[in-house]
Design a protein around this ligand. Sequence first.
Ligand SMILES: C[S@@+](CC[C@H](N)C(=O)[O-])C[C@H]1O[C@@H](n2cnc3c(N)ncnc32)[C@H](O)[C@@H]1O
Length: 205
Amino acid sequence: MTLETIAIPKSIKANPLTPREIDLIDQVNDRIEAFMLGDSAVIETFVPCDFQWLAQCLDWIDQQHFSAGQRFCELGSGFGVAAMLAALRGKTAVGIEIESALVDQSNRLAKDLGIAARFYCGTFVPSAMAGSLALSREVDHIATGGDDVYDATGIAFNAFDLFFAFPWPGEHEFYETLVDSAATPGAMLLTYNERAGMKLFRKTY
Ligand SMILES: C[S@@+](CC[C@H](N)C(=O)[O-])C[C@H]1O[C@@H](n2cnc3c(N)ncnc32)[C@H](O)[C@@H]1O
């Protein structure tokens, strides 16, 4: 494993959000509630994360000048809030989501709020990695088959500078292995783990 862990100070939870970040989070919370209560079939693998803390982490990462570049990818983007928060920070932000109903929701929200994040329906697991031994551990909540969408995004997996993922309990190792195996050195992975909180990793050179 060539990922180093970077501690995120708990004190950032007191940092203020911008009005646009607050508006995005308010809007998405309303839409998620309506989506969950609506007619759509329940998507069991979709659980939204702590968006306020996520915004504070992205702000802190920028303040530390950790990231080598401006390309951001949300792996399993749900409603796409991480990608939209990154786009609000001026990043080239992409969300990849396997459930088309969620891609529709994130595209609609980005359009309504005038946020330049782009969302793609398909798998974030690079096709070249799909059969890899390194990724062959058991995961119940990650689709591991199918063609990836990196051609459509126009950005290869190893050209992203910062990834975000919200793994299910016990599945964080999958994302860490993916970034460790296929990302470029210097790339970072931020994950939200409900009990352990936010974790930040950097692939070493
Ligand atoms: C726990 S949710 C997190 C959603 C969002 N990132 C957030 O933080 O609110 C995980 C998402 O990953 C999606 N997903 C699972 N496997 C995937 C795959 N191989 N490619 C793309 N999306 C996937 C699920 O459909 C689900 O929406």
